[in-house]
Design a binder for this molecule. Structure first.
Ligand code: GLC
Length: 450
């Protein structure tokens, strides 16, 4: 994946408005910003230098380039007061998690502010590693945010994170190719998707029918759960979260449909090693008719350096349903503050949190990276809805999202699911075996955690 860290390379945004135009229109006035601010790696003795106003902020690589601009702008506006030092972490959420956890286990580490995955707070909070933000991020503040992401930051009635951007799995498709082949609308079920993929690849010679994230990692867990949930399968009992219920005919059916994509040649065998990056490059290279991915991919299609196909050729729809309904995995990223940083540094970091989650900056990231806002009001912002249709659609998909299990032991559960789902996608184990194995493994983990 091309990285734009530290550059001001213009990523063209949607419908002909570039970033600079947007900034002018929105009055943000970033002229000359290239000369200012710190957006390189952190380090240099740690972020927790009490009173300096400097803090280290961690997040994965940002291909849209918009985050670097936000950091620069914050530093410019707060010159002499606060400085955010952006430390780039691995794109893979599991690898990023391991790094942060290692730092916490070693006594706190030097990262003050973590741009972290929606699945992390239960574990971090249960260990006392992140700050309880209930008093800073007040009930009144929270009321402006989407309830799902706020909920995902709540652990034992305390709020540990501020929702930055949210994520929902979406179906991308080659609208031009479907139209040409008389397919009037996006498939509504996985079986319809298979038929359409076969028809179009045959007629057009497109390399692959459908690509998704089938590798053995967190994204593979999300994809596996979307298949399972779309047939009505669940991991934990709705009424008793200590009870694992993954061993069901529904879960098995979900994994079967995924494996059949590969068996029947709709998806390449290689999809079992695909993360978001490979799915994205394949689809944007014009090599797949359908792709499951997060909203961020839409913005990249406007950039000729990232995409051989154009945004106009792409349609976006809810993920197909199985025998139950269409379900999107709930993803997203939040701000967590290191409980071991000193209070002044924590306050400085919180200023950055407020800045990044303000309507203006969320709108900037929505228009420039198609990141889904967490503020409710932005789903009524005409400029966003017109320029970034994936946000309007994802807004609807957010009503059908399902979170991953909320547990302080989630990271252990995830490793087991990643292993079994991947083995089932590959055909190394049958879907029945996979869910039976997981039933035992996950129940053990849940029992140990309680
Ligand atoms: C996206 C989601 C995140 C998820 C990850 C999996 O970044 O926002 O929640 O864990 O993908 O790869």
């Amino acid at each position: 994946m091309a990285q734009t860290t530290g550059t001001m390379a213009a990523t063209p945004v949607n419908r002909g408005m570039n970033r600079r135009d947007f900034l002018k229109v929105s009055g943000a006035g970033l002229a000359g910003v290239a000369l200012l601010g710190v957006a390189g790696c952190g380090g240099g003795g740690g972020g927790s230098e009490g009173g300096s106003g400097e803090f280290i902020f961690s997040f994965g690589p940002d291909t849209s380039g918009s985050l670097q601009e936000v950091v620069k702008r914050f530093n410019k506006e707060n010159k002499g007061k606060y400085t955010a030092k952006y430390r780039e972490m691995p794109a893979d959420t599991g690898q990023y998690f391991d790094k942060v956890r290692t730092q916490f286990q070693a006594g706190g580490g030097d990262i003050d502010l973590i741009g972290g995955d929606v699945i992390w707070p239960a574990q971090f909070a249960a260990n006392g590693w992140i700050l309880d933000l209930s008093d800073k991020f007040t009930e009144e503040d929270r009321a402006d945010f989407l309830p799902g992401p706020v909920e995902s930051n709540t652990y034992e009635d305390k709020v540990y994170g501020v929702p930055w951007f949210t994520d929902a799995g979406m179906l991308y498709y080659r609208k031009d190719l479907l139209d040409k082949n008389g397919i009037k609308e996006a498939p509504k079920t996985w079986d319809e998707l298979k038929d359409a993929a076969k028809q179009v690849t045959e007629a057009e010679g497109t390399k692959y029918g459908f690509v998704f994230q089938g590798s053995q990692y967190e994204g593979g867990v999300v994809n596996g759960l979307e298949y399972i949930n779309s047939y009505g399968g669940q991991v934990l009992d709705e009424n008793d979260a200590s009870k694992v219920v993954i061993d069901s005919p529904e879960s098995s059916e979900g994994l079967s449909i995924a494996a059949s994509m590969i068996e029947e040649g709709v998806s390449p065998q290689a999809v079992t090693n695909f993360t978001e990056t490979e799915s994205q490059t394949t689809f944007l290279n014009g090599d797949a008719v359908f792709c499951r991915n997060w909203p961020y991919m839409y913005a990249l299609a406007a950039d000729p350096d990232e995409s051989k196909i154009k945004q106009e050729q792409i349609g976006v729809a809810p993920l197909p349903a199985g025998s139950a309904e269409s379900v999107s995995g709930l993803g997203g990223w939040n701000f967590y503050i290191n409980a071991a940083s000193d209070p002044e540094t924590q306050d400085a970091a919180y200023e950055f949190v407020k800045f990044c989650t303000s309507p203006e900056i969320q709108k900037f990231r929505a228009l420039n990276g198609s990141f889904l806002p967490t503020l409710k009001s932005l789903y009524e912002d005409k400029e966003i809805l017109d320029a970034v249709p994936v946000i309007a659609l994802a807004g609807d998909a957010l009503a059908n999202t399902q979170p991953r299990p909320v547990s302080p032991a989630y990271s252990d559960m995830s490793l087991k699911m990643a292993e079994q789902f991947n083995a089932a996608f590959k055909g190394d184990v049958s879907p029945d075996e996979a869910v039976k194995t997981l039933q035992g493994e996950l129940q053990d983990i849940a029992d140990q955690a309680s």
